[in-house]
Design a protein around this ligand. Structure first.
Ligand SMILES: [Fe+2]
Length: 141
């Protein structure tokens, strides 16, 4: 059973970037679902041909997942900043010697973000593209 509703192609209007970001988040979920499903199929068989094909497809789905995340960063600059800041947070937690130190490190980074947030304005236009993509512009011709 799918975790997502299928996208209906015939729509009365084009989506806004905010609506498209929601749709892309569903695509992210679908890619994650596919990766886990194919990995489970690999685990369930000793057929080497099937395992090789599934491994190849899993690699492709991981690439799709990364591409959708990059598109989401273009469509949602606030989420792009969250993604950018997640790396330092995760590294601080992983590198901390204890759970308490990890919590403190995370809190310190959060406190630092609050100060930075006052200084760095959130971009209002998506970076990377001259014009934000629409459903129509992403369709293959
Ligand atoms: Fe995919």
């Amino acid at each position: 059973m799918s975790l997502t509703d299928p996208f209906v192609g015939l729509v009365p209007r084009k989506m806004t970037d905010s609506e498209l970001a929601r749709a892309i988040r569903l695509n992210v979920a679908a890619e994650v679902d596919a990766i886990n499903l194919y990995a489970a199929h690999m685990d369930a068989t000793d057929n080497e041909s099937a395992r090789r094909i599934l491994a190849h497809i899993i690699d492709e789905e991981k690439e799709h997942l990364a591409e959708f995340l990059e598109l989401l960063k273009i469509l949602d600059p606030t989420q792009a900043l969250d993604i950018e800041k997640a790396g330092p947070k995760v590294r601080a937690i992983v590198d901390a010697p204890t759970a308490e130190a990890a919590h403190a490190a995370h809190e310190a980074i959060e406190a630092g973000e609050s100060a930075d947030a006052d200084e760095e304005p959130v971009p209002t236009k998506p970076p990377g593209l001259g014009k934000a993509p629409t459903v129509g512009s992403l369709r293959q011709r």
